[in-house]
Design a binder for this molecule. Structure first.
Ligand code: SAH
Ligand code: SF4
Ligand code: F3S
Length: 488
């Protein structure tokens, strides 16, 4: 670092630690340390009379992290606002999965620049997966000097201390601290949950798969599992507080437990133990097709509170592309698992993620994906055009496809895949389903909406008091994106 830059940084920030993607790639095989979260005395009152605003992008992992950030802020005395102009701290919890996710955040950061002039004590913060990329953090620092606080996915638990540091300089200096190599696990972080009846429960953090297109292993660190007893305790507590449904979270939940000492407690063991808790519904995401084992399928088949739906991202139907993606399974192996799931769990609803236009994807490769879609008949899917991510192996692969060809493939895929959503919904016509009521329907507030065991969105008329309950609804008509029903 040049002396001039060093001086500028010292003037602007009290701490300055940048991530390095290279370091993340050569992660040490370090043992995970578990800590109990504690907040310092001086942090407890700093937010009194002040307001916070959190903007969250990306996956459920980020939603769950934001609930913890909100928990920390509220334990410091801050209260929530959704108005930029009233906020004393605004934090962007960002996603780096595709370029357009990042562009949205840069746009927002530019837009709110003026707020600092009105409120000189305003702290503008940014965290999440974008800050874990060294190039992005550099861009942020250079192009958005009004950002005061930059921290990463491994140091969420330190938010309160960063705010204390900034307050000590009378809000003049900022903090940049992003660790490249994995975090430890903090238990007992305060949490303000978004929802009253459905809760996210992290079971593990990080990802060791290194699919060649994906930034997540670099931004989230190595796979590390929470201890079974901590997870079971959390789920029991949620049930006793009136929660009806939990979604277990991990980038590859099927690898749960592999890093735990002795490795004799797997994801299937965890599901079996959670089946015995008093929570009424259990879902989980995301599963990796290679690691989804027979034991897990068998526990799912035994039913109870484990819901009959599964998100199983396939990414491509071409063996050549799957290999280049480092997915470690073939189209045939994927189809075998689907067959097993459909046989052992009749009526299971299977959804997926697919990337089109991965470097080197030929028309034949793409048609293999279409063929797979026709064979599996997915009931829901997220589909994406491949987006190169700096630092990942695939970013260096040649990709001769034109933007028009990429868009055309996405359109063709969506047309094919969407046709099965209606088919998947039709099978519920005239059936009575148990629906966990969410609240007023998004498009018509005279109606209620909720989700069936197969994770189908159901709209129906009923009193608002039903929110949070599981009620019986008879399905009258199926549409592509929802079911219409009548309260029984
Ligand atoms: N851990 C999960 C999900 C990861 S991110 C899994 O393994 O499936 C969610 C989805 O984003 C992925 O399933 C993939 O379809 C998509 N994705 C990831 N990286 C991408 C990239 N560089 N370009 C386009 N889509 C991407
Ligand atoms: Fe990314 Fe692959 Fe890990 Fe999913 S399994 S987070 S796609 S590297
Ligand atoms: Fe995005 Fe990070 Fe999740 S890159 S998808 S927020 S793990």
């Amino acid at each position: 670092m040049s002396d001039r830059l060093d001086k500028k940084i010292k003037e602007r920030y009290t701490k300055y630690v940048l991530p390095s993607i290279k370091e993340a790639r050569y992660r040490k095989n370090s043992e995970t340390k578990y800590y109990d979260y504690q907040i310092s005395e001086e942090a407890r009152t700093i937010g009194q009379g002040k307001k916070y605003l959190l903007k969250t992008y990306g996956c459920q992992g980020n939603l769950a992290d934001s609930e913890k950030l909100a928990g920390i802020l509220e334990s410091m005395g801050y209260t929530v606002t959704d108005n930029d102009e009233l906020a004393d701290i605004i934090i962007f919890n960002t996603c780096a999965i595709r370029e357009n996710a990042e562009m949205r955040v840069f746009g927002e950061l530019g837009r709110i620049k003026g707020l600092k002039k009105k409120n000189p004590h305003l702290i503008l913060g940014i965290c999440g997966c974008m800050t874990q990329e060294e190039v992005t953090t550099e861009t942020l620092r250079k192009k958005f000097p009004h950002v005061d606080l930059i921290f990463g996915t491994h140091n969420i638990a330190m938010l309160a201390e960063y705010i204390v540091d900034i307050a000590k300089t009378n809000y003049e200096k900022g903090v940049v601290e992003v660790f490249s190599v994995e975090g430890d696990i903090y238990e007992g972080l305060p949490q303000v949950r978004d929802h009253k009846y459905r809760a996210w429960v992290n079971i593990m953090y990080g990802c060791d798969e290194f699919c060649t297109y994906c930034i997540v292993p670099y931004t989230r660190g190595k796979e590390r599992s929470r201890k079974p007893a901590d997870i079971i305790k959390e789920v029991e507590k949620l049930a006793s507080e009136g929660y009806v449904e939990v979604t277990l979270l991990g980038q590859n939940v099927n690898a749960y437990g592999k890093d735990l000492e002795g490795y004799n407690y797997t994801f299937a063991n965890l599901l079996k133990d959670l089946q015995k808790t008093s929570i009424k519904r259990i879902r989980f995401t995301t599963s990796h097709p290679r690691d989804l084992d027979d034991a897990t399928i068998e526990v799912m088949a035994s039913g109870g509170n484990i819901m009959p739906s599964l998100h199983l991202p396939v990414q491509s139907g071409s063996n050549q592309i799957l290999k280049k993606m480092n997915r470690k399974y073939t189209k045939e192996e994927y189809l075998d698992k689907i067959q097993k799931l459909k046989t052992l769990i009749p009526g299971i609803s299977i959804t997926t993620d697919i990337i089109v236009a991965f470097p080197g994807e030929t028309e034949e490769d793409f048609l293999e994906t279409i063929d797979l879609v026709n064979k599996v008949e997915f009931e829901g899917a997220y589909t994406f055009i491949y987006s190169p991510r700096e630092g990942t192996p695939a970013a260096k692969y040649e990709n001769p496809l034109t933007p028009q060809m990429k868009k055309q493939r996405l359109l063709t895929l969506n047309k094919t895949i969407n046709s099965y959503f209606l088919k998947g919904n039709k099978r519920f016509e005239s059936q009575v389903l148990e629906v966990l009521v969410e609240g007023p329907s998004k498009n018509n507030d005279q109606m209620l909406c909720g989700y069936s065991p197969h994770n189908k969105l159901v709209n129906f008329e009923g009193p608002i008091e039903l929110v949070g309950q599981i009620v019986k609804v008879k399905i009258i008509k199926a549409y592509t994106w929802h079911l219409l029903g009548e309260l029984c």
